[in-house]
Design a binder for this molecule. Structure first.
Ligand SMILES: [Zn+2]
Ligand SMILES: [Zn+2]
Length: 59
């Protein structure tokens, strides 16, 4: 079990329901905050992508 996604948003410190977005440094944000920040991580200016979807191996 290497990858782990936090269940709380780094911005609003709320629980994330539904999609979580992460940046390359694994900062984690909820969808609402991500949209507010235009998919750019405020900590490292990296792109925020849907984290949970990336953990799923799609054949
Ligand atoms: Zn948030
Ligand atoms: Zn970041």
């Amino acid at each position: 079990m290497g990858l782990e996604i936090k269940d709380t948003c780094d911005n609003c410190i709320g629980n994330i329901y539904g999609e979580a977005y992460i940046c390359v440094h694994e900062c984690t944000f909820c969808e609402g905050c991500t949209l507010d920040m235009f998919n750019i991580c405020p900590n490292c200016n990296g792109d925020l992508v849907k984290g949970r979807n990336q953990l799923v191996f799609v054949p």
